[in-house]
Design a protein around this ligand. Sequence first.
Ligand SMILES: *[C@@H]1O[C@H](CO)[C@@H](O)[C@H](O)[C@H]1NC(C)=O
Ligand SMILES: *[C@@H]1O[C@H](CO)[C@@H](O)[C@H](O)[C@H]1NC(C)=O
Ligand SMILES: *[C@@H]1O[C@H](CO)[C@@H](O)[C@H](O)[C@H]1NC(C)=O
Ligand SMILES: *[C@@H]1O[C@H](CO)[C@@H](O)[C@H](O)[C@H]1NC(C)=O
Ligand SMILES: *[C@@H]1O[C@H](CO)[C@@H](O)[C@H](O)[C@H]1NC(C)=O
Length: 702
Amino acid sequence: MPQPFPSTIILASTAPSCTLLSLFSCILLVSLFSLHLHHHVSPLSQQHHKSLSLDALTASFLSSSNNNTISDYLHSLTLHPHLAGTQPSLSTALLVLSHFISLNLSAHLSNYTTLLSYPLHSSLSSHSNSTTTHFSLPEPHSNDVVSPYHAYSPSGSVYSTAVFVNYGRDKDYNALEALGVSVKGCVAIVRRGGDMSRNAVVTKAAKNGVAAVVMYTEAEANYKNGVERGTVMDGMGDPLTPGWASVADAERLGFDDPDVVKRFPAIPSMPVSSETAEEIMRTLEGGRVPEEWKGSLKSFVKGIGPGPTKLNFTYKGEKKLATIYNVFAVIRGSEEPDRYVLLGNHRDAWTYGAVDPNSGTATLLDIARRYSILKNSGWNPRRTIVLCSWDAEEFGMIGSTEWVEQNLATLDSKAVAYINVDCAVQGPGLFAGATPQLDDLLVEVTKKVKDPDSEYATVYENWASSNGGVYIGRLDRVDSDFAPFLHHAGVPSIDLYYGKDFPVYHTAFDSYNWMRNFGDPFFQRHMAVAGIWGLLALHLADDPIIPFNYLSYASQLKDYTSILSNLLEVSISLYPITAAIQEFEAAAKKAEDEAKKLREHETNGYNMPLKKRALNDRLMLAERGFLDTEGIQGSRWFRHLVYGPHRVGESRLSYFPSIVKAIFQSAGLPGGQAEIQHEIWRVARGIQRAAYLLNGEINIKL
Ligand SMILES: *[C@@H]1O[C@H](CO)[C@@H](O)[C@H](O)[C@H]1NC(C)=O
Ligand SMILES: *[C@@H]1O[C@H](CO)[C@@H](O)[C@H](O)[C@H]1NC(C)=O
Ligand SMILES: *[C@@H]1O[C@H](CO)[C@@H](O)[C@H](O)[C@H]1NC(C)=O
Ligand SMILES: *[C@@H]1O[C@H](CO)[C@@H](O)[C@H](O)[C@H]1NC(C)=O
Ligand SMILES: *[C@@H]1O[C@H](CO)[C@@H](O)[C@H](O)[C@H]1NC(C)=O
């Protein structure tokens, strides 16, 4: 199989003459960093050891919060851009590693050799009215930062007429067709925002005959020359090792293997600034604009083309094997070391990454600092806590996916929960997603953490009084590192962030200064995320009974089923699912009752370790029941039948992805009804498996 590089060490493969120097500056940075840390770590009294009560732990954890340390960590992490697979990215891995080591935590660096993608050359010019305009593609003053590009875009040159296709959805192409506008062979200008992945946008454009795609994100006045980088790869993880880990000597598919090629779009694409896109769109004529687009288009848009403007589009990139690094810190559980509570955040960034993702990394580092203080006061969690710093998330959740694939069987039997934070802070307001058995815990924890934007309120109080109320989203998205844990491994998961839609997303302006000036001037929101994230993990690792409530899962499943019933023809029966939910609900009730009894025994001083363990295993494993070995049709890697990718048609249902897919793909076709009914049965069996796991009995009916 072709391998352009052996599994090289990035340190050695990039400019050997600077290696020593950069290693040196890295060590220097690392030692400054740890010096700085020691200064802030003030162990509580070493005298009183052993079992702090959970209340005392919580109080101690909360009282050690510090916005200055978080700000310092963020500053150190974002001094240089650190794109996955590059030298500065390895430096951030070593920074995180040395931080964990300086806290006396057991720390590990591990690597994978994966297919990444980098730009070599791109250019774009427009030709209209015999004037040629050459666009400057990178942001001004952004020399350190990688040129704007779409990772894994094929290379290509196209000289053709420009046409505007709005968000590039099916309905947009339909509207164009209705106006008689042909996009065949054109360079399409697409704006982001149609709730589709970049891959889906480019793939749809190719299907409609477009020759190349220019993508932009509409921006406020101050950010008009920012460009949104991103991946256009479909699916999760290293394309050369689908389903298994990309360790150095792993089996690898060839670059031209159909399973590899299908992960990438067939036509080239590149991102541009909204300034560039607007300049092109001002020159489009044709007078035609679909009625339904008018409300949201800028007033200067007189027509959508095609032409008369022609675009000369060139993108040349390379795909190559590169080494990526995950970093871990492990706090070994004292009573159940073989049960894992995982906290994860990615570290790699398109540019400086102050929001995305290092607001999360700085927060994770501060949680490590605070756990280390607890450890110094004699605490060890009951279960093992693992802090995970992932690499190459931006390319397609690669670091986390490879790790999950490598440890699948262990996670299957031992992982209690995964708590993800990607962009910890983008602005104001808590946004949370979770699998439903974690809803109660999430709400309880927000009642203990101070709100960052008001003097006397808790996070919970402000959350409850916000527009959406205490709204917990579900994790059907596939855009961060919880996806492999939940969708592939069936591990109950949470995803947290502050703020929504920040203007510097994936641009060269995502810097420490932006965070300081706009995102979180006093780092109070970072502190709130650290409080919630850290306390969630403390409960999951230390509560004698794992704090899962499956009754809320049952009620969520019921809601889904009743919404679904309105969409289906009467000849299709949802009865298998309704019946399975009944079993699931009964099992959830039984588990709740048992948990209550065991907690009472616990308060009365009866320790029943084996009973607790048995119940905890049922609580931990129930989520795995939703996994199906056949997975979702056409994307078998996604095995979770309740939450998973569902982007078919313009479906808004965010659950039961395999049923949704069958409805939108096969309704009206011969055999379509049977297909939908089959998917309903599969989901029902998944819910039943979860019920059995939660119930804990082998179902033997004699
Ligand atoms: C990657 O990990 C392997 C196995 O632990 C190790 O032998 C190798 O030296 C590491 N490579 C790099 C580049 O860090
Ligand atoms: C780490 O352990 C060493 C030796 O036991 C101790 O001197 C140091 O204070 C510890 N550091 C932290 C941050 O706990
Ligand atoms: C191009 O030239 C034509 C004819 O001179 C003129 O009407 C039109 O406004 C020009 N278009 C642009 C975008 O300058
Ligand atoms: C298009 O751009 C490429 C690369 O910059 C250049 O070589 C080529 O001559 C241009 N073609 C036209 C028709 O302007
Ligand atoms: C930390 O918060 C205090 C206010 O509580 C503020 O004065 C200080 O500037 C903040 N530090 C940073 C680094 O923002």
